[in-house]
Design a protein around this ligand. Sequence first.
Ligand SMILES: Nc1ncnc2c1ncn2[C@@H]1O[C@H](COP(=O)(O)OP(=O)(O)OP(=O)(O)O)[C@@H](O)[C@H]1O
Ligand SMILES: [Mg+2]
Length: 180
Amino acid sequence: MAVSPHGVIETMTTYSFAQDKGGPGKTTTALLFAADVALDGYRTVVIDTDINQQAAAFINKASISSLSVIPDIREETVVQAIQKAEAENDIVIVDLPGGSSMLAIKALCLSHLVIIPSQPNLPDVKAAMKTVAQVNDAEAMMRSPIARVLVWTRFKPGLRADPRVTCARRLKATRTAPLS
Ligand SMILES: Nc1ncnc2c1ncn2[C@@H]1O[C@H](COP(=O)(O)OP(=O)(O)OP(=O)(O)O)[C@@H](O)[C@H]1O
Ligand SMILES: [Mg+2]
């Protein structure tokens, strides 16, 4: 469990980066977040569940002392990996592959916050809506709220949102929920 520099106990430990579509920036956003909190001194671990192992490759080269990686995690091992990582770290980040899977559902169920990266275009937003539905399913299975947030990636400064994209606001994707 993390304690902030102000002494506040922070109860959110596990963050999953999920998106039904491939390529919206899950791994990039996860690594930026991981490096940022690790450089702030939090013991941070990234659980790499993607067969391409790009997060693991980055972290192995990054050489940030408080940042580590658990590579090659699959559906059969993801629950134990998250539980062990939570016991040994302040922040646990799960980089998920695109698509829906039992692996993703297990990680979503154990997440304190699900971060859904999306580029501001219709295919990405439609896929983000599928991911929100998966988080809702995980929440129903857990009988407990799971906070989620949609993060825009790769947008040009000053970009005016396409009217079709602003429908994402109706996703209530930024809804956060109290932790039990
Ligand atoms: N903000 C950005 N600016 C420019 N390029 C970016 C940005 N974010 C991601 N990319 C590039 O877009 C590509 C896809 O990004 P990334 O691998 O993070 O997506 P992903 O959602 O993890 O993909 P996958 O579903 O394959 O795991 C990569 O080549 C990455 O370097
Ligand atoms: Mg990725």
